[in-house]
Write a protein that binds this ligand. Structure first.
Ligand code: NAI
Length: 246
């Protein structure tokens, strides 16, 4: 992919799953990685794995739902790298329950991490991108943005990310910053491995490719949107979902 060589890119929730796969893929493309996660041991391990394979990576402790944590991370990145070229707002959590069983805390944490976390991230990081060339943000939305049983909190957050993505894309186009989202279908990560097998089998009937995604397949799409190969793509939501008609 063109234009990722030497680009400094922060991946949130980079300790495992899609975030880890994205960090590893971007390192293969010779990007300079900042692996952010509230799980700092996990982020450290991913950064170490990248360095052991000859790449460049640091880890940063980051709770995406905290403005202070974003400010601390932004200050650290400015000190280490002088700015940032790419941001992947990937950190996410689920707290699935049907509407009448869902506690207010289940709503709050899912909105705070998945939606407010990305908004705080854009606010903290856009100033680090202004004045650099070829900067790009990728948010992780989901098929669930159309609504999903037991996910009134998560679906709302992932639908909200569509509005956030397009609005920040419109506002930041003047600064040359492209903003897009990936909407993955079911992807085999610890988040999904927690779902019962019979529920997962039901999902496959709605996926023409008849299988779940692997994290590396989502990572490839994220890398494409961050790269110069996507230089005329902004304000888009790219489904990576095996053809799911949802
Ligand atoms: P995962 O649960 O495997 O990993 C999430 C990562 O985010 C973990 O490393 C966790 O420590 C970190 N994290 C959680 N809360 C955080 C916080 N407050 N601050 C910083 N880091 C935090 O999840 P997975 O499956 O890799 O998902 C990644 C993204 O992709 C999420 O936004 C998820 O909603 C989205 N997605 C996942 C799908 C799937 O089927 N796995 C499908 C569609 C979207």
């Amino acid at each position: 992919m063109r234009g990722l060589n030497g680009k400094v890119i922060l991946v949130t929730g980079g300790a495992q799953g899609i975030g880890k796969a994205t960090a590893l893929r971007l390192a293969e493309e010779n990007a300079v990685l900042v692996v952010g996660d509230r799980n700092i041991e996990g982020a450290d391990a991913v950064a170490a794995e990248i360095r052991e394979s000859g790449g460049s990576a640091r880890s940063v402790q980051l709770d995406v739902s905290s403005k202070q944590s974003w400010q601390d991370a932004a200050a650290r990145i400015t000190e280490d790298h002088g700015g940032l070229d790419g941001l992947v707002n990937n950190a996410g959590v689920t707290r699935d329950k049907s509407l009448l069983k869902m506690a207010e805390e289940d709503w709050d944490i899912v909105i705070d991490v998945n939606l407010k976390g990305a908004w705080l991230g854009c606010q903290a990081i856009v100033p680090l991108m202004i004045g650099r060339n070829g900067c790009s943000i990728v948010n992780l939305s989901s098929e669930s943005r159309w609504g999903a049983f037991g996910q009134s909190n998560y679906s709302s957050a992932k639908a909200g990310l569509v509005g956030l993505t397009r609005t920040v894309a419109f506002e930041q186009a003047r600064n040359g910053i492209r903003v897009n989202a990936i909407a993955p279908g079911t992807t085999m990560t610890p988040m999904v491995e927690a779902v019962p097998d019979d529920v997962r089998k039901g999902w496959l009937d709605n996926i023409p490719l008849r299988r779940e995604a692997q994290p590396a397949e989502i990572a490839a799409a994220v890398a494409f949107l961050l790269s110069e190969d996507a230089s005329y793509i902004t304000a888009q939501i790219l489904g990576v979902n095996g053809g799911s008609a949802l």
